[in-house]
Structures are given as C-alpha cells and as structure tokens.
Write a protein that binds this ligand. Structure first.
Ligand code: UGA
Length: 453
C-alpha cells in the first residue's frame, strides 16, 4: 500500500484515483474546483462513466477528496498530474493548468524530507517532463523529487475496464521513478486482485506488460497511439467514400482487410469521423509538435483534413435524396461523440446541426443522455426533443449521428408511421441490417443501403 495523490478530477484523474484506491493504495484526489470536490465528497460523480461509481463504493475508505495541495503533497510518495491540456487556437496544447499545478506542488515540496515521484498522466508535448524536471532543479529538489511520464490509454465509456485491464502500462523516466511506479502498479501488472462483478476480467488476461522507456518516448507514444487510431478511421472513411463511388460495401471490405493480423479488425468502422476530447486535439497537437520541431507531418495533416470533411457526407446524402433542405424537417439522432458517454466535446453532431440550419432545414434533435447538457450549444430554432418519437414525427429524413442502442429498438414500422418520409441516413452504418431492407436507407459506403445486392 502506498500513499498516492492525483491532481485533477477529470476523466483520467478520477478514474486513476478511484482505480488505485480499489487496488489497495491510499489515495488523495485534488481539484481546484470546490463544487466538484464537494460533490465527490457527497458521492456525486461529475462524469457519466459506467462502473466508476461502483468502483468508488468498493474503495471508499481508501480515498479522499480535497482542494488542498498541501494535504496532497505532504504524505504522497507518488503524485500524479492529470489536469486538462486543452488546445490553443493554433492546435498547440495549453499547458497553463499543468505548469500551474506543478508550481503549486513544488512550493509544497520544499522542506518535505521523504522522496516523491511526480508523474505526468496528462497528454503533453514531448519535453514537458524535462521542463518540470528543470523547475525541480531550480529549487534544488532533484535528490528527493524525480519525474516520470505515465501516459493513459483509457477510452470514455470503458474507462473502468481499460484501467483495470490495460494492454500495457507505460512508464518513462529514470530508474528510481520507474521502480516506484512498478511497485505502485504491481497488483495491476500481476492482476492480483479480485475482478469486480461490474467489470469482469476479460478472458486470457493474466498479466499486463509493464514497459519502461525514456521520458520523451513515453510522451510521444501517447500521441503516436492516438494518431495511428485516427489514421485508421480516416483511412476507412476514405475507403467508404470510394465504396460509394464504385458501388462496393465498406463493411465487407473492412472485414476482409481486418482478418490480416498486420492490419487488425478494430477501428475500421466507417462513418462520420472521430470526435471527442482526445483524437481531434491530439492529432492537431502532434502535427503542431512535429511542425515546431521542423518536421512536416503530411500524413497526419491529411488524416485531420479527411476527418473535418467526413461528417458533412451525411448532409450530401440528404441533399441527394431530398434536393434542397430548405424548409425540410430533419431529425438528428444522437449528440454525443460516441455512445456510452455524455461528452459532446468535438462531437460531429454540432457542426452537422449548424450546417442543416444554415441550409434552411427545420431541425429536431434527440439524445438519450446529453440533451440537457447540449441545449446551450444548439443553434436558435433547433428543437431539442425528449422523446425519439417527437424528434421523428413528420420528419423527411432521420440522420443517425450517434449509434445509441436505443435507436435499434424503434422498429421500421414505427419509423414509417411517424416520419413523413422514412429516409434513414445512417452516419455510423449501425442499423443497415435492421433497417436496410425496409426503409429508404443510406449508409456511409454502403451504396443504396443494404438492400442493394
Ligand atoms: C481515445 C482512445 O481510444 C484511447 O485509447 C485514449 O486513451 C483516449 O482517446 C485519450 O487519449 O484519452 P475516446 O476518445 O474515449 O478514446 O474514444 P474512442 O472510443 O477511441 O472513439 C473516438 C472516436 O472515434 C469516436 O468519435 C468514435 O465514434 C470514432 N470511431 C472509433 C470511428 O469513427 N470508427 C471506429 O472504428 C472507431
């Protein structure tokens, strides 16, 4: 058991803190947002993440929440930074929060006798850990304080399972820091814990590879992983667009190429492109990092450009079927960037809705989780509907933007009864098998829908 503090209670920080407490450590979670900390003390989760509350309930006695840096620093053997690094206008990551937190922590490290490892989990430009190390040196603390980079690869909506059963734990840093973190992750790496019922251990997971590298490689690996996944998505989306042009089915093409182990099956789901708080920001950041270091990362620029355009393919399809969208009632189903989360950051839904409004459509939107949260961001005149039926009533087209399982349960007969024209434009190719034969169906890269033989 170790004393660990986590700075920042966003997705990554909260999941990390709660998981480490679950694994047996004594954890202090710190945030400058008093309301958030008060809520957490009262057992209120600031984010929607399946299983996280249950995990907290099973480790409550080992975790505390505070706004005090002093409390976080004084006893911690390991101090993890998990603060936001939002993008600046030029795509570069904004490190104000990270450096602000680091300065605060360092001011409390002066005079502390016992060794501390400062770990960065936020996604940061290569060299950031070295900048923090320089700050440590400037205060003459380098004998007692070491630095590590420990990138996080969890996915929203699956954060608990991704944290308990990661595909690897990556630690960048010198020997002392790496050894301390090896100890912190020992139970996880050796999978020596009883799997909770709400997050069962996947079959075949017996141990987790622990990969220790230099600081800069760890920092870059995080961006490289996200950029590669984003590239897979943009690649399959371009193949889908070619499928539309030549009359092929991207799902079949993806199945075939995915059986090649060198390519792999995952992240070949074509649609309207990636969104969320990670891929858009991290791809732009990596491009910016390469650029400022004198390298023109052309492939990544293309990945970003393709993704920017892909979401509007849905509107093109609507126009192809309906002609001008002026005055047409259109339902947009799903607002979040993917199902299983209430996050609407960089969600494709918002630019799609704005464009529909710009083209004069009468837009009605629905989301099972994020409707209230989205209201302030919806353009004037867009009707936010609490029921799917309300959104679809009298519509001439339904645009499926987020593949919430709820939408599979509607049924073709109901759609035909509710809509003026049962045109289903499926931005996620999620319901081709279900609606493809019965409705006027258009997927992305499934030309003419599943009904085309
Ligand atoms: C992503 C990565 O998957 C995590 O490994 C990483 O830790 C995280 O970013 C991060 O950097 O914090 P996340 O943003 O939660 O996780 O979501 P994903 O499930 O990866 O999906 C991202 C986007 O890609 C979604 O909009 C999704 O709809 C889209 N996507 C995904 C596709 O369009 N096609 C696919 O085949 C897969």
């Amino acid at each position: 058991m170790m004393n660990v503090s986590v700075i920042g209670t966003g997705y990554v920080g909260l999941t990390t803190g709660i998981s480490l407490a679950f694994l047996g450590h004594r954890v202090t979670c710190v945030d400058i947002d008093e309301r958030k900390i008060d809520g957490l003390k009262a057992g209120l989760m600031p984010i929607y993440e399946p299983g996280l509350e249950d995990l907290l309930n099973s480790s409550e006695e080992r975790i505390r929440f505070t706004t005090s840096y002093e409390a976080a620093v004084s006893e911690a053997e390991v101090l993890i930074f998990a603060v936001g690094t939002p993008a600046n206008e030029d795509g570069s990551p904004n490190l104000t929060y990270l450096f602000g937190a680091a300065d605060d922590v360092i001011s409390h490290l002066i005079g502390k006798e016992t060794p501390t490892v400062l770990v960065n989990k936020s996604t940061v430009p290569v060299g950031t850990a070295d900048t923090i190390a320089d700050k440590i040196k400037a205060f003459g603390l380098e004998d007692r304080v070491s630095i590590a980079s420990n990138p996080e690869f969890l996915r929203q909506g699956r954060a608990v399972a991704d944290t308990l059963y990661p595909e690897r734990v990556v630690v960048g840093g010198g020997d002392a820091a790496v050894q301390t973190l090896r100890r912190m992750y020992e139970v996880l790496v050796e999978q020596r814990f009883e799997a909770p019922s709400f997050a069962p251990r996947p079959e075949g997971v017996e141990a987790v590879p622990f990969m220790s590298v230099d600081l800069r490689s760890a920092e870059l690996a995080k961006y490289a992983a996200n950029a590669f996944l984003a590239m897979k998505i943009s690649f399959i989306n371009e193949i889908a667009n070619v499928c539309d042009a030549v009359g092929a089915d991207v799902r079949r093409v993806a199945d075939i190429i995915g059986t090649d182990a060198r390519i792999g099956k995952s992240f070949l789901h074509a649609g309207i492109g990636y969104g969320g708080s990670c891929f858009p920001k991290d791809t732009r950041a990596l491009h910016h990092i390469a650029d400022t270091n004198g390298y023109d990362f052309k492939l990544l620029a293309a990945v970003i450009e393709v993704n920017g355009a892909q979401k509007f393919k849905l509107i093109e399809k609507a126009r192809e079927s309906l002609g001008s969208l002026q005055g047409k009632r259109i339902a947009v189903l799903g607002l979040t960037f993917k199902p299983g989360t209430d996050d609407i950051r960089e969600a494709p839904s918002l630019p799609i809705i704005e464009e529909l409004v710009r083209e004069g459509a009468e837009v009605r939107v629905h989301d099972p989780i994020a409707l209230e949260k989205s209201r302030p961001q919806l353009p004037v005149g867009v009707q936010a509907c609490v029921s799917v039926q309300e959104a679809l009533l009298g519509a001439e087209a339904a645009l499926l933007v987020t593949e919430w399982p709820e939408y599979a349960g509607i049924g073709a007969e109901q759609l035909k009864a509710w809509m003026d024209r049962p045109l289903w434009i499926d931005g996620r190719n999620a319901f081709a098998d279900q609606y493809g034969q019965e409705l006027e169906y258009r997927g992305v890269g499934i030309r003419g829908g599943a009904s085309r033989q």
